[in-house]
Design a binder for this molecule. Structure first.
Ligand code: UGB
Length: 600
């Protein structure tokens, strides 16, 4: 039988010919069906094969494996096969930490020590469609008191850990990988370059770009061609699970292993609280010798974060794994919990919420990836035209999630999790104002408004724990969301890396009123017999030791509401629904080393 490629075959390079044959052998004749004879669109034909080459080389096992996996997953989906068939969920046991108690403090100290053997990986390839922000999410200010964006905060937190863990000895540089995508790569690089990498050495930072995967037009996993351009295959993001194959194929894991590193910490793009939980969680990993440690928070039933569950199979296998929020309820209903995902008496789901912060031990991680190539169990979520499930409304693709990594691990793997208070560890910015205002009462909004307010709340609660008298919050409705507005307290990560360090910087009797703003921008700043009612900004170089004391009183910074629809206001303010009017403040800046006392 003549090849659908006909005489076009000879236009192609040997590698392109090999790929074309592979497509023909895998049910993809339609890709070439409408090709005109040689002489017409030859460059476009070659460009299509170049795209095929990219798709082939960026997927573990190549495009052939992708098509094979897709056929299987689409058949399972059509048959209504439950991915958890045979598994019964139960509530797992993990380590539950109480902020500032003896155990927590001990874990934090261990974690800081271990950080010198750690590498950090930020997955930032997502555009955040739910948030609807026009920029990349890591460029968003985590809070608007200082305007520090998420990426700056993350980098400064890693640098603070780096400094603390080396304790003045030869400072090992903690490697930092950012996974980007075509949607975020250029802007992430620009943000870093425009800000001198926020103080990190450029060679410490590696950007790994994830590629999109081919879309599929039907249950036979035929690749979907772009309706506007028959020489182009439609593509869509494959999900954050790509991070594992990218790390593996880049060779960086081996470099880390050879350098004696032990831990890889994965985290997401917009959680301004996360680094308050990192030292203790790393301490747990090290103490318990966990190969995998997932950070979790108490989760409200039906909250849009995955639930961590123990799944036990009828054949005896069991694993502790994240069950995504849309799957947890049906799984529970199908396995003896007729009410599905509901809150227990304490007001929370019995299944802790996955915040997608994973700590993996490098050795076992490399061992596993050398078997799998970093391939993660995938899923497909086609939107069918009708109940016959024979056609899709629009093309679909395979997806994967980074937290599904443990699914291929042997039962001997030590997979654990660590539950922290949500107020301390988790306040992502994912939902736009409209979506957030529809969140059921009592569930977290996960918006720019709540994300910023959560930073102030956490800092206030930490200082209260350290003995500062901090005024109670007032409740306000901002962008349709009822939030607690606490005093606006912020600090640089190097000031408050762990609870014991924070406590050591608080002396005597201190009080902060509700309408106050306090921004601590230096390392050796001590709050000592301070009474603050207004705004105080303290900025000091590392060699300067500053005592913030006495009674500071001024008009301060007032919080004003911003209309979400008011196009005169910048987008970063509209999405949070408020801004600060900087009426008056005491600004104390120290650029030279020495001992100083702030005199109001
Ligand atoms: N991301 C990528 O880097 N590449 C991609 O292709 C997609 C995303 P979302 P999601 O903590 O609240 C996750 O979209 O996937 C990055 C967990 O699955 O914000 O809906 C992206 O840039 C869920 O179990 O979240 O849900 C971002 O940094 C729960 O833990 C990250 O991946 C939930 O997060 C997450 O992407 C949560």
């Amino acid at each position: 039988m003549a090849s659908p490629l006909g005489d076009n075959f000879s236009l192609l390079s040997p590698k392109q010919q090999e790929l074309a044959k592979m497509l023909l052998d895998n049910g993809q004749e339609h890709v070439f069906r409408d090709w005109p004879a040689p002489g017409v669109d030859d460059d476009k034909k070659k460009a299509l094969l170049d795209q095929v080459l990219r798709l082939d080389s960026s997927y573990p096992g190549g495009l052939q494996a992708y098509i094979k996996n897709a056929k299987q997953l689409l058949a399972d989906s059509k048959a209504g096969k439950n991915p958890f068939d045979g598994f019964t969920p139960s509530v797992p046991t993990g380590e539950t930490l109480t902020f500032a108690d003896e155990t927590f403090i001990k874990y934090e100290e261990v974690g800081v020590q271990e950080a010198q053997k750690a590498a950090f990986v930020l997955v930032a390839g997502g555009l955040g469609e739910r948030l609807g922000y026009s920029g990349i999410k890591v460029a968003l200010p985590a809070e608007t008191t200082t305007g520090t964006c998420f990426l700056q905060h993350y980098i400064e937190s890693i640098l603070a850990l780096q400094e603390a863990s080396s304790q003045g000895k030869n400072q090992a540089q903690i490697p930092f990988v950012i996974m980007t995508s075509d949607d975020t790569h250029g802007r992430t690089l620009e943000l870093l370059e425009a800000n001198s990498y926020f103080g990190m050495q450029p060679k410490q930072v590696t950007l790994l770009k994830q590629e999109k995967v081919a879309c599929l037009e039907d249950n036979d996993a035929r690749l979907a061609l772009d309706p506007q351009n028959k020489y182009q295959i439609q593509t869509k993001p494959h999900g954050h699970g790509d991070v594992h194959s990218l790390l593996y194929s880049s060779g960086i894991l081996k470099v880390w292993n050879d350098a004696g590193l032990k831990w890889v910490l994965f985290f997401q793009d917009t959680n301004g609280l996360l680094f308050k939980a990192i030292p203790s969680a790393l301490g747990v990993s090290s103490t318990k010798q966990y190969h995998v440690n997932s950070l979790a928070v108490p989760r409200k039933a039906k909250e849009a974060i995955g639930g961590i569950a123990k799944l036990t199979h009828s054949d005896g296998r069991s694993m502790v794994i994240n069950v995504e929020y849309n799957q947890l309820d049906p799984l529970l209903r199908a396995s003896g919990y007729p009410d599905g995902d509901v809150n227990a008496e304490n007001g929370y789901s019995p299944f802790p919420g996955n915040i997608n912060q994973l700590i993996l031990e490098l050795g076992p991680y490399i061992e596993e990836l050398s078997k799998t190539g970093g391939a993660i169990k995938e899923f497909v979520n086609p939107k069918y035209k009708d109940a016959t499930k024979s056609a899709f409304k629009s093309s679909t693709r395979l997806e994967c999630m980074m937290q599904d990594y443990p699914k291929t691990l042997p039962p001997s793997a030590r997979v654990g999790f660590t539950v922290m208070d949500a107020w301390l560890a988790y306040a992502p910015v994912k939902n736009n104002a409209e979506e957030a205002s529809k969140v059921p009462k009592g569930n977290p909004y996960h918006s720019a408004t709540s994300g910023e307010m959560a930073i102030y709340r956490a800092n206030c609660r930490v200082l209260k724990q350290a003995g500062v008298q901090v005024a109670d919050p007032v409740v306000q409705v901002l962008n349709g969301q009822e939030v607690e507005v606490w005093p606006r307290i912020t600090w640089k990560p190097k000031w408050g890396l762990t609870y014991s360090r924070i406590k050591s910087k608080v002396r005597g009797q201190n009080s902060i009123s509700q309408r106050s703003t306090l921004a601590i921008k230096g390392q050796n700043i001590f709050i000592e017999n301070l009474s603050l009612d207004g705004a105080l900004i303290v900025d000091a170089v590392d060699g300067a030791e500053v005592n913030a004391s006495g009674s500071v009183q001024n008009e301060g910074w007032t919080l004003e509401t911003v209309d979400n629809k008011d196009s005169r206001e910048p987008e970063v303010l509209r999405i949070r629904g408020f801004k600060f009017n900087k009426v008056d403040q005491l600004e104390a800046k120290y650029t030279e080393p020495g001992k100083f006392t702030i005199k109001p």
